[in-house]
Design a protein. Structure first.
Length: 221
């Protein structure tokens, strides 16, 4: 049996992020229904623990709610950590590894969620020559199948400044969103990540942002 937790509960479990509906919903609208239509988006960060997985989940959920007739797929492309896979309880479920290996079709690799048109593809279990397989014809075929069978794809990736997978995954997707965490992300690391994705970067999400209200204003209101 596949666990289908509430997406709102998962968002709380992953941690707070600023303007969840407005920011992610706006990005989803711009990315999937603007003049430059993007069917595949990579959610990246310069370093680890910056809120990337929660942002990927929020963006996928916003896209699914924005266009309820479209099929949205959230892929856990962080095979090293698998945060999304773990939070959905899909550690024993086939997924992205099997898609890249060509051992299973897309339909058998998707897990349902409480939002009917949003499905999750976990990391999977197949042994792979990782991350070199992302340079192969198998990867090209895998992402070709995704484009044929999904209207909108969101991929969570490892930290780009620490692991090579992010830049390798980006070649198969239309656009990149960079996640930056207030008080943690280093300016030089963020700039380095921006250079990696410069031609595909369409926006950024700032996590753990807290707006400071002066005390006298707070007391007045």
């Amino acid at each position: 049996m596949i666990w289908r937790p509430s997406l709102k509960r998962l968002m709380r479990h992953f941690g707070p992020i600023v303007d969840q509906v407005t920011v992610r919903g706006g990005l989803a609208k711009d990315a999937s229904f603007g003049d430059r239509r993007a069917t595949g988006i990579l959610v990246a960060s310069a370093e680890s623990r910056e809120g990337r997985s929660s942002t990927a989940l929020g963006l996928a959920l916003a896209a699914a709610r924005l266009k309820q007739t479209q099929n949205v797929v959230l892929i856990d492309g962080d095979l090293r950590h698998g945060d999304i896979t773990r939070k959905f309880g899909l550690e024993q479920h086939e997924g992205f590894r099997e898609l890249l290996a060509g051992t299973n079709g897309i339909a058998g690799l998707l897990a349902p969620t409480s939002t009917s048109n949003l499905h999750v593809m976990p990391c999977g279990k197949a042994a792979l020559d990782w991350p070199d397989i992302l340079l192969s014809s198998e990867a090209e075929q895998a992402f070709g199948l995704l484009r044929e069978q999904a209207d909108f794809v969101v991929v969570d990736s490892p930290a780009v400044n620490q692991f090579p997978e992010g830049r390798l995954l980006a070649q198969w997707l239309d656009s990149v969103i960079l996640v930056v965490r207030t008080g943690r992300s280093r300016a030089e690391a963020v700039n380095e990540a921006r250079e990696v994705f410069s031609d595909k970067l369409i926006g950024a999400v700032v996590t753990r942002y807290r707006r400071v209200v002066p005390g006298f204003i707070d007391r007045y209101f």
